[in-house]
Write a protein that binds this ligand. Sequence first.
Ligand SMILES: CCCC/C=C/CC(=O)SCCNC(=O)CCNC(=O)[C@H](O)C(C)(C)COP(=O)(O)OP(=O)(O)OC[C@H]1O[C@@H](n2cnc3c(N)ncnc32)[C@H](O)[C@@H]1OP(=O)(O)O
Length: 289
Amino acid sequence: MALAAARRLLLHAGSRLGRREAVDGARRFANKRVLVETEGPAGVAVMKLRNPPVNSLSLECLTEFTISLEKLENDKSIRGVILTSECPGIFSAGLDLLEMYGRNPAHYAEYWKNVQELWLRLYTSNMILVSAINGASPAGGCLLALCCDYRVMADNPKYTIGLNESLLGIVAPFWFKDMYVNTIGHREAERALQLGTLFSPAEALKVGVVDEVVPEDQVHSKARSVMTKWLAIPDHSRQLTKNMMRKATADSLIKQREADIQNFTSFISKDSIQKSLHMYLEKLKQKKG
Ligand SMILES: CCCC/C=C/CC(=O)SCCNC(=O)CCNC(=O)[C@H](O)C(C)(C)COP(=O)(O)OP(=O)(O)OC[C@H]1O[C@@H](n2cnc3c(N)ncnc32)[C@H](O)[C@@H]1OP(=O)(O)O
């Protein structure tokens, strides 16, 4: 119910949260957590996550992200999206740990439904998606990047990327795993998932988690030039090909969405898992201290 109401609110142009503005000739709409600008190559939108301090994917952020994507998907003038971040040094810290810790089962179920929804929309998007990874990208942050058709990462050894769930004492669900296998192959995915590897940009390039590593100040220009190349392909043939490559992976979640929500909810509600998350959150705090 709450999500439906938020959708209506945000999809309504000119609403308080979903403003549509003209800035220097560029069209844009802005929600609180996601800014969408149309600048650069015609037919391309730049989607910037802005949920400080670390672009964690809170329920609110997920909802706005999904709605923004839906808006772009329905806009026939948009053929491609560059996904990037406005938070300095962070692409996305992944799923919001505070949505998965100390809440009740109904909340976990609602949260997971929204994680699934965003993933399905991103992974099966008809648009060309290029990620300009301008910061750290662990777990769910890596998931966002993996959904894209091409990944450009900033060459800064401080930035790491990978599905590190096992380090938190949690387990990446099968559809995270499937997409990882599709991207880097079974052996590399098996090792990286068990170890919770966070790859440096150079390692990520070597293993195939990202497609290109460029100096930090060139991430956006490179993403735009990659996009121009992809725009040269007729949409219908590219879309059918993408669908052919990704359908089986998406379908395997679609067929068992409810069961996946139940699995997540019972797993994350376990005392032992809540304890692991508590310890991880404490570690993050101590690191800061
Ligand atoms: C069955 C379960 C399957 C579910 C799968 C889960 C997938 C996930 O995505 S789980 C999330 C995994 N994410 C991480 O492991 C990243 C954790 N964060 C970090 O490593 C660092 O914060 C990061 C490198 C992103 C940034 O480092 P810094 O710039 O040094 O920032 P801080 O560490 O000081 O963090 C600032 C502030 O943000 C809080 N934080 C960080 N990450 C998250 C998060 N994912 N969710 C919620 N909050 C997060 C951190 O605790 C700090 O909070 P305060 O101390 O209150 O300021």
